[in-house]
Design a protein around this ligand. Sequence first.
Ligand code: ADP
Length: 261
Amino acid sequence: LEARLRHAQKMEAIGRLTGGIAHDFNNILTVINGNSEAFLRRCAPDDPRRPEIEDIRHAGERAANLTHQLLAFTRQQVLNPECVDLNATITKVHAMLTTLVGEDVELTLDLPEHVAPVWADAGQLEQIVFNLAANARDAMPGGGVLSVATDNVVLDARHTGRIVGVHPGDYVVLRVTDTGTGMDESVQAQVFEPYFTTKPAGKGTGLGLATVFGIVQQSGGQIDLTSSPGAGTTVSVYLPRARTSTAPQSRTTAQPSPRRG
Ligand code: ADP
């Protein structure tokens, strides 16, 4: 389980990195290939520089093929959002979570029935829960309580000041609370940065919260973290509620708006 979690985190990070580089590199290749083609079009068939420029163009074409393959590969792992029942997702992985946190940590779930569906990728939601639970476990080496709770919330102007960048509206909140070591202000300020870790080499990748942050951003949600050293930590993930059971962007299944007049 632990190995699967690390592997998923690494794949996610590699996917992002590769996709980003392939995309930027493709832009550079457009310049190289465009100019070498333009040069070949203009120069005479017996121009002595021709073979060298043809080599450049061929190499450029091969590189472009490679970046297209890489982009196709990384696109396979991008999200497949749907209408998801967050409580059902958590219930499904309950047994695995119990194994993950170990015997010394008491796991409590508070999943009220009225919690609305969210619009997200179910696999990514599982990843969020696992990453947050693994951090909670690591913060409680001597045991403690990990609670996972969900609820409907409405964020308004009062919250938007505190939770940076959030749009007012209807959300579902996932709260993961531990009674562990907590974090001081300087650690709190860096936790979402990729590769930031306070764990020993081989134990921490520093990609757990960066991955969670990335997923939540992609889903149009937000994260809030409250922590006090010696007392524990709560990570709150706000996910936008799904309005209907169909894709919001899918016009074909939307109800036609009533005609006026
Ligand atoms: P990693 O777990 O691999 O270190 P993360 O991005 O998940 O990477 O976390 C970064 C750092 O944030 C951790 O090394 C730890 O210092 C801190 N942290 C994250 N979650 C908690 C938590 N629940 N309690 C205390 N510290 C935490």
